[in-house]
Design a binder for this molecule. Structure first.
Ligand SMILES: Nc1nc2c(ncn2[C@@H]2O[C@H](COP(=O)(O)OP(=O)(O)OP(=O)(O)O)[C@@H](O)[C@H]2O)c(=O)[nH]1
Ligand SMILES: [Mg+2]
Ligand SMILES: [Zn+2]
Length: 362
């Protein structure tokens, strides 16, 4: 976590009453093991985890039985509370289980699979960074806000690198933020850093999300008061970042809040974000609910409130299109997932009938 392998209390790491209850329930279960202790995951690098807690900083791996039965999404991610068998004398541990999450930020794994992967767990607020030295991309912001709302955490939009622009388009920013708080800051000049204090309270967990080069690690360093995270210039040719941060890491800030720095996402594919989508596009959803037909496709049906709203200027065509595109993307993901579930089910049954054949054979 920090400069220290020092023991940290679970309370200072954001432990909750709900976790006490989860532990109490677990202590009644048949596979209860009283020698296991709780800790919080601070770093994940492939199959290697770093945890903090009363037993100090530990290098953890996964218990084989847990590894074999877990889906990708069930594996410990940064911010997760876990139960582990600690061997403090050698700074090692074996993770037995992940405790229930109060929020989880998930992304679709790159490529063709439809599996979800944990970006950060048990986060209270997510800072969605928007670099002001690039053109603001409202679609990208909407997409990230949807995922954050869906995670159970609350998003805050951080417009970074304010020193790089002369004039800031506040209305464009707040429109894209869709009700989320917006903070304009510069890690270089320190502008706006004080405004973050209201979220940086002891035992609170925050995560940084946003494109590569947005200044997430620079901000982390500024809040830490030291150069812990590696940072790198964006490419001069196109202003794009260089994907400097390669793993997710939770650090303890001087205020007692915890901050998770993440690598800039190449693609933040949406993941089961139906509810999040409604939160970000509530203006569109509200209009759509007044269409004459409840299953209106907003094409050429009579009594379409969306058409009316676009015609009288209360809704813009771009915003409606953005909502529809994201909906299509979600529907596509849902179909892919259904197909995968069906395939899994088929495999399971094939396996079972094979086993049954073996058993009945003399
Ligand atoms: N002018 C200015 N430059 C900044 C500011 N914040 C960060 N930068 C610069 O932007 C570049 C990228 O910053 P990083 O902190 O590495 O960006 P990142 O979001 O962590 O990027 P990844 O780790 O690749 O996801 C570095 O050269 C920083 O010095 C700022 O407030 N103002
Ligand atoms: Mg970084
Ligand atoms: Zn309609």
């Amino acid at each position: 976590v920090t400069d220290s392998a020092l023991p940290l209390s679970l309370a200072s790491l954001g432990w909750s009453a709900a976790l006490d209850e989860a532990l109490a329930a677990y202590s009644q279960s048949p596979d209860y093991d009283p020698s296991l202790v709780a800790a919080r995951v601070t770093v994940q690098q492939r199959e290697r985890w770093l945890t903090a807690g009363p037993a100090g900083e530990l290098n953890a791996d996964l218990r084989g039985r847990f590894r074999r039965n877990a889906k990708l999404i069930d594996l410990p991610g940064v911010g997760d509370f876990v139960l582990l068998a600690a061997r403090p004398e050698e700074s090692r541990a074996t993770i037995h289980t992940v405790l229930p999450r109060r929020s989880v930020l998930v992304r679709k794994v790159a490529g063709r699979t439809t599996e979800g992967q944990v970006i950060a767990a048990n986060i209270d607020f997510v800072f969605v960074t928007v670099p002001l030295d690039n053109e603001i991309n409202p679609r990208r912001i909407e997409r990230q806000l949807s995922s954050v709302w869906e995670s159970g955490a609350t998003p805050v939009v951080l417009a970074t690198k304010a020193d790089r622009v002369v004039e800031i388009d506040h209305s464009e920013l707040s429109a894209a933020a869709a009700g989320a708080d917006v903070v304009i800051l510069s890690a270089l000049t320190g502008q706006g850093l004080d405004d973050l204090k209201q979220w940086l309270t002891p035992a609170a967990t925050l995560a940084l999300l946003g494109p590569s080069g947005a200044g997430k690690s620079t901000l982390t360093n500024a809040l830490l008061g030291e150069q812990r995270m590696l940072t790198q210039e964006v490419r001069a040719i196109d202003g794009k970042g260089r994907h400097t941060t390669t793993h997710r890491e939770l650090v303890m800030l001087p205020s007692g809040a915890m901050l998770i720095d993440t690598p800039g996402l190449r693609e933040m594919a949406m993941w089961e974000a139906d509810e999040g989508l409604t939160a970000v596009f509530d203006d569109v959803v509200e209009v759509a609910e007044t269409c004459h037909f409840s299953n209106c496709s907003h094409g050429s049906e009579p009594g379409c409130a969306i058409h009316l709203a676009i015609a009288d200027g209360t809704l813009t065509q771009v915003r409606f299109d953005a909502w529809q595109n994201l909906q299509r993307e979600l529907a596509f993901l849902a179909r892919q997932q259904d197909a995968r579930l069906a395939a899994d089910e088929k495999k399971k049954w094939a396996q079972r009938s094979k086993e049954a054949r073996h058993r009945t054979r003399p």
